[in-house]
Design a protein around this ligand. Structure first.
Ligand code: CA
Length: 252
């Protein structure tokens, strides 16, 4: 079936289309034991310019994560050897891959597992049966929101009524400046840049305190609490992710 061009490729604003070009060529690891689903997903990813690689079980998935260094993982929940949750957990707790974007595939009946999956650090999930096109769209959307570093020219992070100017080291809430310590500032900047993503305590410690810091991960909890006290809008916006770390809710 031939679709009219506007359906297959809607016109995009220039900034968006540039980002999409950047997403092309990215390596996507598809972990799925049902071969026909894996092939279908692989086909659609390829069609959009991605480079898919596949794994049939959890053990193979972890091996490919190491060897292939994918840019994103599409991870089925129900897998032989090692299930999707365990793969997700191990990827997140390995420093090199802690920030690797993960989309989890789940069946409707597994909804409670879906929630567990998100708590364990998947960035997004797609329920089976799914349309491969919709999955590719989610892959692109996730790749787009991975790094929110202000683009060239823009200097501010905005989050609701909160503004951060990293160059001037200023944070304002409703245009009123809020004094933050250097560590609080660094922590908030990291959360803003990676909003919508699960950040483990280790990732935050390394990013803000540095690799040679001797403190414990409790330090992160203490600073998160202080940030919430100083900036009440963060109270509900920063989610605690069970046994892993934190996530700043995505606002758009
Ligand atoms: Ca499966």
């Amino acid at each position: 079936m031939i679709e009219p061009p506007h359906l297959t490729r809607p016109p995009l604003p220039r900034t968006l289309s540039t980002i999409m070009e950047a997403a092309a060529g990215k390596k996507i690891l598809v972990v799925e034991d049902e071969q026909d689903i894996a092939q279908l997903v692989q086909h659609y990813l390829q069609k959009d310019g991605f480079r898919p690689v596949t794994a049939m079980n959890g053990i193979e998935a972890l091996k490919k994560v190491k060897e292939e260094k994918p840019d994103l993982i599409v991870l089925d929940l129900m897998l032989p050897e090692l299930d999707g949750l365990e793969v997700c957990k191990r990827v997140r707790s390995t420093p090199d891959t802690a920030m690797l974007p993960i989309i989890m595939l789940t069946a409707k009946a597994e909804e409670s597992d879906t929630i567990v999956g998100l708590e364990l650090g998947a960035d997004d999930y797609v329920t089976k049966p799914f349309s491969p096109k919709a999955l590719v769209a989610r892959v692109k959307a996730l790749l787009r929101r991975i790094d929110r570093t202000p683009a060239n020219g823009a200097t501010h992070y905005r989050y609701g009524a909160l503004t951060m100017d990293p160059t001037r080291h200023e944070v304002s809430l409703n245009e009123q400046e809020i004094p933050l310590t250097a560590k609080e500032f660094g922590l908030l900047e990291h959360l803003l840049r990676h909003r919508g993503r699960v950040l483990t305590r280790e990732v935050l410690l390394n990013a803000v305190w540095g690799y040679d810091y001797y403190g414990t991960t409790r330090t992160v909890d203490v600073h998160i609490r202080r940030l919430k006290q100083k900036l009440p809008l963060l109270e509900d916006a920063i989610l605690s992710v069970k046994s892993l770390g934190y996530k700043l809710k995505d606002t758009d």
